[in-house]
Design a protein around this ligand. Structure first.
Ligand SMILES: Nc1ncnc2c1ncn2[C@@H]1O[C@H](COP(=O)(O)OP(=O)(O)O)[C@@H](O)[C@H]1O
Ligand SMILES: [Mg+2]
Length: 340
C-alpha cells in the first residue's frame, strides 16, 4: 500500500543549532518528492524524523492522517537507502536483500520467490550470489534498493542514494529508480543536493535552505517561476539586476529582477530595446556556449550578463571575444523579486 505523509509545524533543534524551523509539507500517496537544498539545510534531519530515527522538537508527523510522531521506526513500515551502500559485506547480494524477510520468519520458498522478483526488477539476476566486494558501486546501490523494497514498505526514503556514484551510472540509475517507483506507485521522498537529479526525477521538488522550505512545486514551476532569489539562483543559472546597481531603471516594486541566460537574445545588430555590450568571455559547454557580455548602460549600469547560445546558433554566428554585440532581455522573461 502507498501512503500519504504530512509534516505539520515540525522543528528540530540540536542544542543551539536549528536544523528545521517550522516545516509544513503534504506528500500525496504515490508521489515522488525531492528535498533539494545545499549541504546543512536540514534535508537529512527531515528524512530521519519521517523515519522515526529521531524525534522532532516541535510539530507532528502523520502517515495517512494518523499521528505517528511518537511511533518507533519499526512500526512505520518504510524502506530506506543511503549514500553509502551499507550492505552486509559478508552476505551475498541475495542474502542482503532477503535479510529483512528472514527476520520476519517468512517461508523459504516465499523468500526465494520474492527476492527473485526483486532481482529481476533491478536487472541483476545473474549477480545474486556475489558478495558486495565483487560488485560495482552502481550494482551495490541497486541491491540496496532491492533490500529497501523487500519488506513491501508503504513508502521509500532515499538519502542522496546516487551521490557516491560516477556520472554515467548515476544517470542510468535515476531512470531505474523512477521506473521502479512508478511501477510500484510507491510514495517516495528523496534527499539530494543535485538540482539535475531533482529536476529529472521528481514529481514535486521541495527546495530548502537554512532549515526552512523556500518553495515547493513541479520541476517546471520551480524553474520557470522561482519565488525568491535563492531558488532562482540555486536551480539553473540566472543573471540578477539589483536596484542599487541599476542607476535609473524603474524596477517598480522589485528590489531585483533576474533573467535566465538562455532567455537573453544576442545579435550583431541593434534594435530599439537592446543593450550594447562587449564579449568578455566565451565558454564552451557542449550543447551550448556561455557568452559573458560586459554591458555599460545608462539604465542598467555596468554589469556582466551571461547569455547561453545553443550549439548550432553559436556555430553559425561565430562570436569572438572582444567584439561588440547587442543583447535583448524580453520583458516577459524578466523575473521580479521584492526582496534581495
Ligand atoms: N545529531 C546532530 N547533532 C547536532 N547537530 C546536527 C545533528 N544532525 C544534524 N545536525 C545539524 O543540523 C543541520 C542540518 O543537518 P542535515 O539535516 O544533515 O543537513 P543536510 O542533510 O541538508 O546536509 C546542520 O547544521 C547539522 O550540522
Ligand atoms: Mg544530508
Amino acid at each position: 500500500m502507498s501512503v500519504s505523509l504530512k509534516i505539520s509545524g515540525v522543528s528540530k533543534v540540536f542544542e543551539k543549532n536549528v536544523a528545521l524551523n517550522n516545516v509544513n509539507l503534504q506528500i500525496r500517496a504515490g508521489e515522488f518528492v525531492c528535498l533539494l537544498g545545499p549541504s546543512g539545510c536540514g534535508k537529512s534531519t527531515l528524512l530521519r524524523l519521517i523515519a522515526g530515527l529521531d524525534r522532532p522538537s516541535d510539530g507532528r508527523i502523520y502517515i495517512n492522517d494518523r499521528d505517528v510522531t511518537n511511533l518507533p521506526p519499526a512500526r512505520r513500515n518504510f524502506g530506506i537507502m543511503f549514500q553509502s551502500y551499507a550492505l552486509f559485506p559478508n552476505l551475498s547480494a541475495f542474502e542482503n536483500v532477503a535479510y529483512g524477510l528472514r527476520n520476519k520468519k517468512i517461508k523459504n520458498k516465499d523468500i526465494e520467490e520474492r527476492v527473485g522478483r526483486l532481482f529481476e526488477m533491478i536487472k541483476l539476476t545473474n549477480a545474486k550470489d556475489r558478495l558486495p566486494s565483487q560488485m560495482s558501486g552502481g550494482e551495490q546501490q541497486r541491491v540496496a534498493l532491492a533490500r529497501a523494497l523487500a519488506t513491501e514498505p508503504d513508502f521509500l526514503l532515499l538519502d542522496e542514494p546516487l551521490s557516491a556514484l560516477d556520472a554515467k551510472v548515476r544517470i542510468s540509475l535515476r531512470k531505474e529508480i523512477c521506473s521502479i517507483q512508478k511501477e510500484l506507485g510507491l510514495t517516495t521522498i528523496m534527499v539530494t543536493h543535485d538540482q539535475d537529479e531533482a529536476l529529472t526525477m521528481a514529481d514535486r521538488i521541495i527546495v530548502m535552505n537554512k532549515a526552512v522550505v523556500m518553495q515547493e512545486g513541479t520541476p517546471e514551476e520551480i524553474y520557470e517561476h522561482p519565488e525568491n532569489p535563492f531558488v532562482a539562483d540555486f536551480i539553473g543559472s540566472i543573471n540578477f539586476i539589483d536596484r542599487e546597481k541599476s542607476r535609473v531603471y524603474n524596477l517598480g516594486n522589485y528590489e531585483r529582477v533576474a533573467i535566465r541566460p538562455e532567455k537573453i537574445e544576442i545579435e550583431r545588430t541593434a534594435d530599439k530595446e537592446s543593450l550594447r555590450g562587449k564579449i568578455a568571455d566565451i565558454e564552451f559547454r557542449g550543447f551550448y556556449n556561455r557568452v559573458s557580455v560586459q554591458v555599460s548602460h545608462v539604465v542598467y549600469g555596468d554589469m556582466v550578463l551571461y547569455v547561453d547560445v545553443p550549439f548550432q546558433a553559436a556555430k553559425e554566428k561565430k562570436f569572438k571575444v572582444g567584439e561588440i554585440v547587442y543583447v535583448n532581455m524580453p520583458k516577459e522573461e524578466l523575473l521580479g523579486f521584492e526582496s534581495a
